[in-house]
Design a protein around this ligand. Structure first.
Ligand SMILES: CC(C)(COP(=O)(O)OP(=O)(O)OC[C@H]1O[C@@H](n2cnc3c(N)ncnc32)[C@H](O)[C@@H]1OP(=O)(O)O)[C@@H](O)C(=O)NCCC(=O)NCCS
Length: 238
């Protein structure tokens, strides 16, 4: 009933688990929490479908709190590339593939970029841990462990691209430094990523963000992405 999230546990140096349970077995959650405590878990999450309102109330009554609302958006590559109107950024010429020498610059830049994410808002994680998580994600992306390719404009922005097993392209991290936002740099990075996915015979691209990340939501919607679904993450500190 509780899966050990091994990568998370190792990274955060505390045992982290995911409660996997369907609403009809919600009477077993209390026992599962007790067992998790006995097994030294320090934090558990439970992913919930938005329509499971009764189940959500049970989780809340057991001390779970809302940790994240994620939105998954998708875009059809041809539709996006054929879209006529784009503001073009002069920065587009500076976009290049990131290499190992860029890791230091990218890790410096990514610090405190994703302030809307779960890791910066859930009290279980410290700001330092959240920074380190995104820095590690970036490093692993450039090293091709967490992504297939990373494009960057040094000290301005970046985007990471990954082909998943079902041949859907995933944008993992996309960001533009504050001073350069609203100047079509993000759009230029997305176009570069989409063109690369197209060269890999991928037709559909998916990206997940937070519902409360208004800038990102507007950014993706303006690009022609549409909302595919959303997910809710509840959490409990043990
Ligand atoms: C999301 C982000 C990458 C957008 O990059 P950007 O370079 O500012 O985006 P663009 O200038 O290309 O904007 C394209 C469109 O997005 C929308 N948009 C971007 N920033 C916006 C903002 N602050 N408010 C409202 N809409 C915004 C607009 O519709 C804009 O088009 P317009 O300028 O013609 O109105 C950038 O805000 C960022 O780095 N945010 C922090 C990191 C992050 O949250 N990344 C996404 C997480 S998954």
């Amino acid at each position: 009933m509780i899966d050990n999230l091994k990568w998370d546990s190792k990274f955060f140096k505390r045992k982290i688990g995911e409660l996997k349970i369907t609403p009809e077995f919600s009477h077993k959650i209390n026992a599962a929490i007790k067992k998790a405590k006995a097994d030294s878990f320090k934090y558990i999450i439970c992913k919930v479908h938005p329509h499971q309102t009764a189940f959500i109330r049970i989780l809340e009554s057991l001390g779970f709190y809302l940790s994240d609302i994620g939105v998954t958006l998708t875009v059809d590559i041809d539709k996006l590339l054929n879209k006529a109107v784009y503001k073009d950024s002069p920065m587009i010429k500076a976009i290049r593939v990131a290499n190992l020498k860029d890791i230091y610059m990218l890790k410096k830049m990514i610090k405190s970029f994703f302030l809307e994410s779960r890791f910066y808002n859930d009290p279980f994680f410290s700001k330092e841990e959240a920074d380190k998580l995104y820095q590690t994600w970036m490093e692993n992306s450039v090293k091709k462990k967490a992504a297939d390719i990373v494009f960057c404009i040094p000290d301005v922005g970046f985007i990471t691209c990954k082909k998943n097993v079902t041949n859907i392209g995933e944008i993992g991290l996309v960001g533009v430094k504050k001073d350069f936002r609203g100047k079509a740099v993000g759009t230029a990075l997305m176009k570069e990523a989409i063109t690369w996915f197209k060269s890999q015979d991928i037709n559909l691209v998916s990206v997940r963000t937070q519902l409360k990340n208004i800038d990102a939501m507007n950014f993706y919607l303006k690009l022609g992405c549409y909302v595919k679904g959303y997910d809710i993450v509840f959490a409990k500190i043990l």
